[in-house]
Ligand binder design. Structure first.
Ligand SMILES: Cc1cc2nc3c(=O)[nH]c(=O)nc-3n(C[C@H](O)[C@H](O)[C@H](O)COP(=O)(O)OP(=O)(O)OC[C@H]3O[C@@H](n4cnc5c(N)ncnc54)[C@H](O)[C@@H]3O)c2cc1C
Length: 323
């Protein structure tokens, strides 16, 4: 019998760690900007480094699935939910500290808050990233970017706790950042904190830039219906949205999931959309773009739990069918 067959073993282990708050069967829909997903067996709020180390050690020792969650703005959770532990960084992980023109921030700090605080100090560099609904950890992991700036451009280093509990310092080059990716995307390392290099500037100018870029962002994106921003990465030299639109898929729907009539690389939840319906639409778009343009679209959204395997199998089947 493993700890998932008898959840009390895991619950007791989690409750014995100080600095963890444990919630059983917590709805994940409320923790995703998509508003989709079943329950997490255990949702754990982690308050400090020692608690995070202990949590990783418990889940490793018991062989329990472990997922980390930031603001939930780039994740699709399965309808049946997730077994094991889903962790959120709170407490010490939402602190940040300025030292001269550098700032070190916990993995749970939001980019909006960090950019606003920097601008108030007359420090520039984060304005273009401020509108991405992201934590520092989520953004570093996928090298988030907007308006020509990627987080790697301001990142000095990240402190990462590996799944086996080892603490590792990654200089920006160690992360091998590329378009919407770093080496962390293939690992389960947790970004505990990150240091950014900013530059002395002007507080009013920085605040005005944040406001202007946020206005432009909200004019371009569908408002009102829950979504996770871009669903696919842009293929080199092109835009996923342009390719999907050219396949006449704007507005296509499966249940309450719909390819946004405003932006073809965004899927919106019109109320009660299910993860399976979002996946169906993603596969429809992928197949249409592949057939018409020979371009294989790759998800930008993080497919969580069983959805990863479901996506891989569906794509393999499709490729086999063509061959
Ligand atoms: C309206 C809207 C607009 C968007 N615009 C942009 C944009 O302009 N540019 C852009 O790049 N993205 C954009 N996104 C996508 C999304 O905001 C980014 O991918 C963001 O970085 C996700 O951060 P998060 O904290 O919400 O991570 P989550 O969505 O919670 O998690 C995403 C992945 O990161 C992992 N993760 C989270 N925290 C950590 C951590 N501390 N350490 C290690 N891994 C972690 C999770 O396990 C998961 O695999 C947009 C999304 C929305 C909804």
């Amino acid at each position: 019998m493993n700890s998932l067959d008898d959840p009390t073993v895991l619950l007791e282990a989690l409750e014995s760690v100080s600095g963890l708050e444990v919630e059983v069967d917590a709805s994940l829909a409320g923790h995703s900007t998509f508003r989709i997903g079943g329950p997490a067996q255990f949702l754990v709020r982690v308050h400090e480094d020692t608690a995070l180390e202990a949590l990783l050690s418990v889940t490793d020792r018991l062989g329990v699935p472990f997922e980390l969650l930031g603001l939930g703005s780039n994740v699709l959770f399965p309808d049946e939910g997730l077994p094991g532990v889903v962790a959120r960084l709170v407490g010490r992980f939402v602190d940040f500290e300025f030292q001269g023109d550098r700032v070190t921030a916990g993995g749970g700090v939001t980019l909006a808050k960090l950019a606003r605080s920097a601008s108030e100090k007359g420090l520039e560099g984060l304005e273009a990233l401020s509108g991405i609904p992201s934590t520092v950890g989520g953004a570093v992991r996928m090298n988030a970017g907007s308006y020509g700036v990627e987080i790697k451009d301001v990142l000095v280093e990240a402190i990462v706790l590996e799944r086996d509990g080892r603490r590792r310092r990654y200089g920006v080059e160690d992360l091998q950042p590329s378009y919407r990716s770093t080496v962390l995307r293939g690992s389960q390392g947790v970004v505990a904190r990150a240091t950014f290099q900013l530059r002395e500037g002007n507080a009013e100018k920085a605040a005005a830039k944040i406001e202007e870029l946020n206005r432009r962002r909200w004019a371009a994106l569908p408002s009102g219906s829950p979504n996770v921003g871009s669903i696919f990465r842009n293929p080199e030299g092109d835009y996923a949205g342009r390719l999907i639109e050219a396949c006449n898929l704007k507005g296509a729907a499966r249940g309450d999931a719909q390819i946004s009539p405003k932006h073809a690389n965004v899927i919106v939840n019109n109320g009660g959309a299910r993860a399976s319906e979002v996946m169906d639409l993603m596969l429809v778009a992928r197949r249409a773009v592949s057939d018409r343009f020979g371009v294989e679209l790759v998800p930008e959204v993080e497919l969580m739990g069983s959805l990863r395997e479901r996506w891989r199998k569906a794509v393999d089947l499709e490729v086999e069918g063509r061959g």
